[in-house]
Design a protein around this ligand. Structure first.
Ligand SMILES: Nc1nc2c(ncn2[C@@H]2O[C@H](COP(=O)(O)OP(=O)(O)OP(=O)(O)O)[C@@H](O)[C@H]2O)c(=O)[nH]1
Length: 490
């Protein structure tokens, strides 16, 4: 026994674990540090021992306790503990217990599995520390935590889109002292967990989680999911902490992280809106294995909750944008043919007339009307008439340039707004349309023809006058026998 251990030999201790093997292992590793070590197999047994004689150190091994069943009893035990030191041995996937139990009574903790030598050192430190609790956060730490909370809040203030938010959150987390690398994992609607953003500082600038984890998507199926706290948190919905990287049993991953200066890895679930799997997780890689103060735990939990809120806001923005796009489409498009409706066509023509006058560019307007369309409806029925309208619209649209706009201006009447097009080119275009429609096969009925008027915008002319002239030309084409093209008079 070392001199230091002899100093502790006057102390008594209680070790609580429901697992017989764990009690035996602890007794073997740390028994010599105590004058007397009591081993308790249940919360009640530990409470009885404490009531009988206050122990120098209470060690609670959380492995095999059930969060939903045992948390209240354990918190009660810690609350009754009073001033004496408490050490929690917490499996790395149970990190959620730490802030919850710390609320009952600040306690030191070590993440398990833990090597016997390290366990002995930790127990010695607890025996040495008067009060034995985790050192309370000092003023500088509290200031840093307040700044972290403010930065994460600021990251949410412009929730324009989820990818931007992921980046901003990583930036905010990276500014917290000790954080070498921050990353955001997000669950896609198809259940695919993806690495959305990562940022590294100093030695971790070159750290790429996609490389380390051997993939950037389908991460819930990644072979290393049990070993990386960020993935574990997304999978279980519980915070996960590794303060000794080798504890996860993946030496290559631990070595790679250490090579970038990482000493501790933390994963925080980003909760879903309601019950169910988390929306993702935040991953923090830290440069020191120091225990996090209770205040740090609660701030980090708040940050994850704020990240969830930010993602919800980004979703709502996206939904609003999609709704607006849909509304715009519905209000500007003719439902039957999918081309611009009359009202939108009028707006577009006004705009093109202004543009043509400003840049002194030619602008042509075509007006065409399906010949004897009433007979098609009367002979084949209205549904076939609808198909004929759609087929003609599709046929004409396919013949136009991308800068031309096809508008359904009335029942079986259409306009084509053709920027940078003279009367001569407009006539060529009209002939192409007339020929194309004549050739088009209409499902359910005979071929149809169209009569077309063509007009070029005159100097000083407005849209109304252009429309009047082109429709008069189209009417002349009807009178001239249909299936032909007429140029408008000036
Ligand atoms: N199926 C269908 N028919 C429509 C639609 N809109 C208008 N119509 C019909 O189109 C026909 C137009 O008839 P008219 O204006 O007499 O002209 P037309 O028979 O095409 O004769 P001309 O234009 O002189 O060659 C009417 O029977 C309308 O009911 C529509 O959305 N679907």
């Amino acid at each position: 026994m070392s001199q230091q251990d002899q100093q502790h030999a006057g102390s008594t201790g209680i070790y609580l674990s429901p697992m017989a093997q764990r009690r035996a292992d602890f007794d073997q590793a740390c028994g010599p540090l105590f004058a007397q070590l009591h081993l308790a197999d249940s919360v009640d047994a530990a409470a009885g021992l404490l009531a009988a004689a206050p122990a120098g150190l209470l060690v609670v091994d959380l492995e095999r306790f059930e969060p939903s069943i045992d948390l209240d009893a354990l918190a009660g035990l810690l609350a009754r503990r009073g001033e004496g030191p408490v050490l929690l041995l917490c499996p790395y996937a149970y990190a959620r217990w730490l802030p919850l139990l710390n609320r009952a009574r600040p306690a030191a903790y070590a993440i398990t599995p833990i090597e016997p030598a390290r366990l002995r050192t930790t127990v010695r430190q607890c025996l040495d520390t008067p009060g034995g609790a985790v050192p309370a956060a000092d003023a500088a730490t509290l200031r840093a935590l307040l700044a972290l909370r403010a930065r994460v809040q600021a990251a949410l203030e412009a929730p324009d889109d989820a990818p931007g938010l992921d980046e901003r959150l990583c930036q905010a987390l990276l500014a917290w002292p000790g954080v070498l690398h921050a990353a955001m994992f997000r669950m896609r609607p198809d259940g695919n967990l993806q690495l959305e953003a990562e940022l590294g500082r100093d030695s971790a600038a070159g750290l790429r989680l996609g490389v380390l984890l051997q993939r950037s998507e389908r991460l819930l199926q990644a072979p290393l999911r049990h070993a990386f706290p960020g993935l574990l948190a997304a999978a279980t919905g519980e915070p996960a902490l590794l303060d000794t990287l080798d504890q996860a049993g993946e030496p290559a991953l631990a070595r790679d992280l250490r090579a970038h200066g990482v000493a501790q890895a933390l994963g925080l679930p980003v909760p879903a809106d309601g019950p169910g799997a988390p929306r993702g997780a935040l991953s923090l890689l830290l440069d020191s294995p120091a225990a996090l103060a209770p205040e740090a735990w609660s701030t980090l939990g708040d940050c994850a909750a704020m990240a969830a809120l930010g993602l919800r806001l980004a979703d709502m923005n996206l939904e609003a944008e999609q709704l607006l796009a849909r509304l715009t489409y519905v209000s500007t498009t003719d439902a039957l043919t999918g081309v611009a409706n009359r009202r939108h066509g009028e707006e577009l023509l006004e705009r093109e007339v202004k543009r043509a006058r400003r840049y002194r560019a030619p602008l042509a307007l075509l007006s065409f009307d399906i010949d004897r369309f009433k007979a098609i409806n009367d002979t084949y029925g209205h549904p076939v008439g609808d198909v004929a309208l759609r087929t003609v619209a599709d046929c004409v649209r396919a013949l136009l340039r991308s800068s031309d706009v096809l508008v359904r201006s009335g029942g079986e009447e259409f306009h084509v707004i053709a920027p940078h097009t003279s009367a001569i080119d407009g006539l060529k275009m009209a002939e192409k349309i007339r020929h194309g429609v004549e050739q088009a096969a209409i499902p359910g009925c005979d071929h149809v023809t169209v009569s077309i008027g063509v007009a070029q915008l005159a100097e000083q002319e407005n849209a109304d006058s252009l429309v009047r002239r082109v429709e008069a030309a189209m009417a002349r084409a009807k009178r001239a026998g249909r299936n032909c093209v007429e140029l408008a008079m000036q």
